[in-house]
Design a protein around this ligand. Structure first.
Ligand code: AMP
Length: 469
């Protein structure tokens, strides 16, 4: 998880980054930060980071204080790294390079191994996040910022979509030059897109951020690609040396990205609708019908529409989601049953009474949400509940940045489909098979589907692999 954004040579770069992060809020709600620079020699980067939602972290005066024509930003979703302020990104240090700030989406799979080695050699780490090893490796490397970055990234493994802002000392002179690097790891695990805005450029985890700032999409970065922006030169594109088979994350299409984004060159909304169509086609073969189709808001809705269109069964809203839940809410002492799900989703009773319904959701992880939702639907009068999951069963954790619990907590890793059906109190449960997913979406390139297959494109080497985003 996590969202990243950068703006280069555009007026009000920090303000645009703020808007970009706002559009990417779904990728992380733990905290956010922005670092900006105005290219002035001798002036340090300006920055602000905080915990919570983007709209709560930055006030107008704060955004206005982040002057300059270049900025990078980050939305954090923490897993085991903890929700301490010290772990907020962009990370920002002064080193022999002058100044470096990094925002990272994805998890490194060998960070703790590198970290232990560096600590044994005397390095002092200030955060718990895997990204910090990149800063240390850059500081220890030799050469230009580009050479240092390339050398650091040759050592790390895992998922890394990065935006890196550097003020570099020009060799043999007291002058500095500002640079921005936009990087996608050689497997291309997480999305990262380049956009054009006036005479400058923006980059973001997802295209929905460009819509808000008025940028036009240029293209998705290629796996292993580095875009280098310099104060005094045109944009350069070069590639990290490691050659591997690309493995973009299929779960970005299924759940994680926003449906109004284009990710890995596909419309997320269209992909989700097709997933619903795949489920409907299987049900049609078996002659299954129901009175109506509902989706679990928000992520299940596009697939439910796709199911409805392919099956001819009417789509209706059956659950209404409250979008205004902050990070904390006050739970009454007197127990209200299933409070945590109820506060988010409320059944539309009038639509459900006496109906045989298909409930489409994108995934069953632990199974606890589906169980509670189905209980509410039954209490609201639904006669039959047929769960259709627009993905294969989630059987294995992600080590590359999606927050999934360990295998022992994944219901599909431990129960058969009929046991899951009983657990989530449904009349039937069906998933999409891996083969149907690839055929139905016409995917003819390798993807990372390790959460469904346990086939990991990169071996998760260390225990800290799940500690960032
Ligand atoms: P669970 O109760 O654990 O089965 O949660 C299932 C719900 O979590 C589904 O409605 C999904 O949309 C949602 N979901 C799937 N993957 C994730 C994730 N990595 N983080 C948060 N929610 C998720």
């Amino acid at each position: 998880m996590c969202g990243i954004f950068s703006a280069w040579k555009v007026p009000e770069a920090a303000h645009l980054t703020y808007l970009g992060l706002f559009a990417l809020q779904h990728r992380g709600q733990e905290g956010a930060g922005i670092i900006s620079t105005n290219f002035q020699a001798g002036e340090k980067f300006l920055g602000h980071r905080g915990q919570g939602l983007v709209s709560n972290i930055f006030s107008k005066p704060q955004i206005e204080s982040l002057r300059g024509m270049a900025a990078i930003g980050h939305n954090r979703y923490s897993t085991a790294g903890g929700s301490h302020a010290k772990n907020l990104q962009p990370l920002w240090v002064e080193s022999s390079l002058s100044e470096v700030a990094v925002a990272h989406n994805g998890n490194l799979t060998n960070a703790s191994i590198i970290r232990r080695k560096l600590e044994a050699e005397g390095s002092v780490f200030q955060t718990n996040v895997d990204t910090e090893v990149i800063m240390h490796l850059m500081a220890r490397a030799k050469g230009t910022a580009a050479e240092r970055l390339e050398s650091a990234l040759a050592e790390v493994e895992g998922a890394f979509s990065l935006v890196v802002l550097v003020r570099e000392q020009i060799s043999g002179s007291a002058k500095t030059e500002t640079k921005l690097f936009v990087v996608k790891d050689p497997h291309g695990l997480r999305p990262l897109v380049l956009g054009k805005l006036g005479d400058g450029y923006v980059a973001a985890s997802e295209t929905c951020a460009f819509d808000l700032v008025g940028a036009t999409l240029e293209r998705e970065l290629k796996p292993g690609e580095v875009l280098e922006f310099s104060e005094n030169a045109e944009m350069k594109s070069w590639f990290l040396k490691k050659k591997v088979t690309p493995a973009p994350c299929v779960f970005e299409w299924i759940y994680f990205s926003r449906p109004d984004s284009h990710v890995f060159d596909e419309s997320v909304y269209e992909m989700r609708k097709k997933m619903g169509g795949i489920l409907a086609a299987r049900d049609k073969e078996e002659g299954f019908t129901a009175d109506m189709v509902i989706g679990v808001p928000d992520s299940g809705i596009p697939a439910a529409i796709g199911y409805s269109q392919a099956s001819g069964m009417p789509f209706e809203m059956g659950l209404i989601r409250n979008h205004y839940i902050g990070r904390t809410f006050i739970e009454p002492h007197q127990s209200i049953r299933d409070f945590s799900v109820k506060i988010k989703q409320n059944p539309l009773r009038d639509n459900l009474k006496g109906k045989r319904i298909v409930v489409v959701d994108d995934s069953i992880v632990r199974g606890t949400t589906s169980k509670k939702i189905n209980q509410f639907l039954r209490e609201a009068g639904a006669k039959e509940i047929h769960m259709r999951i627009s993905a294969p069963p989630t059987i294995s954790p992600c080590y590359y940045g999606i927050d999934t619990p360990k295998e022992s907590e994944l219901i599909a890793a431990n129960k058969s489909v009929s046991e899951i059906r009983d657990f989530v109190v449904a009349d039937s449960v069906k998933y999409i098979s891996i083969a149907d997913l690839y055929a139905g979406l016409k995917i003819d390139r390798p993807m990372c589907d390790a959460c469904f297959t346990k086939k990991y494109p990169i071996e998760p080497k260390d225990a800290l692999a799940r500690s960032s985003c």
